[in-house]
Design a protein around this ligand. Sequence first.
Ligand SMILES: [Zn+2]
Length: 355
Amino acid sequence: MAQRRKSSKKKPAAKRPQRKKLVKQKIQPLEEILFRVEGKMSTFGGPTDTGMAADEGLALFTPADLQDPKYSYLFLPTSPPGTSGLGRRLNPEKYYFACRWNYNDTPREFLRRALARVENPANRRAADARPVDWGPHISTGRVADLSPGLATALGLKTDDVVRITISALRATPVKPIKLVKPAERTAPAFQPAASTKPVIKQFIRSPNCSSRKVGTKIDKIVLHCTEGSLAGALAEFQKTDSRKVSAHYVIDRNGDIYQMVNDTDCANHCMGANAGSIGIEHVGSETDSLAPPQAAASAALIRWLLQEHQIPRANIFGHDFTPGYCRPGGTSCPDKLFGPVHSQATIATWVAANV
Ligand SMILES: [Zn+2]
C-alpha cells in the first residue's frame, strides 16, 4: 500500500542476484533465522523415558502421522509394552527435539515441516533434527529436550548447552509434492521439485480489479507493506468509494494468506505497473520487519507464483522500485519489511536468501 511521501530519487535497478544451485543456497550467510535458542538441554522420549506418562502424546504429532512416511521414521514400529502414547513410541535413536514454542511466531504446521540445526557450541558438532514436542517446562531451567540419539551424536549430556536454529531455508516441506505433467517427464533430474500453491485461508473478493488485457503476460511480483492492520487492509480493498485499491494477496503476520483478486485479473496496487504484475501485501507497520511465519508464507507464495506464471526470478520488486511505477512522489512502501535500507538491493538480498 502506501501511496505517500518520499524523495524522487531513482535507484538503479539492482543487479540480478546470481542464481545459485539450491544446494549452495543453504550455506549462504544471508539466511533468515526464524527461531533460535541457546541454553541447557536434557533428553526425552522413547520406551525407557519414564518421565513421560505411558499415554503421553506429542504436541506436534498425532497417531495418524504414524501412517505418513514423512514422519513414521521417527517412531518405533509398535508401541512399547504397556504404553499407548506417541512420546514413548519415539525411536530414541532418531534425531528429534522439543522447545517451548510460541505458536504465534512458529505455528504448529510450520514446525511440522521444519528441519532445525542443532549444535553443541562447545565442540561445534551439529546435526539436523525435527521438532516433535513442546517443552521442557520452564521450571527446569532448560531450553530444549533432545532425543537420546541426538544428544549422544553431539556429545551432549544433561544440562550441557545446546544451540538450536531454524532458518527460512530449512522450513521447506519434508517432501514437496511433485506435479509433473507427462510432457515434462524427460526434464533434467536436477530441476527443483515443483511447489504447490500455499493454502489460502480465505478468498475475499475485491471489486477493485479488472481483466488483464488479452496477451498480457504476468511478469512481475510486487511486494508491499500494508502500513496498518490486517482488518484495515481487507476493508480498504473491499471499498468502492475511495481509492479503489486492491492486491492479489494479503499475508498476515501469523502467515495466513488471504487472496482478494485472481491472478488472471489486474489488481490496483502499483500505479503504472498493474498490467503484468501480481501484488502481495504484507501486514506490518512502517517500522516492522517481516514476522518469521509471514516471511515463510511469503517465500512459499512467491516460489509458487514464479513457477506457475514462469516469472523471471529477477522480477520481484519492492513497490517503490517497480519498473513502470509512476505515482508522483513515489512511496515508502515496502518500508522496512525486508531490511532497514529502502532499496531494491534489500529486496533482492531477501529474495536470494529466502525464495
Ligand atoms: Zn505498496
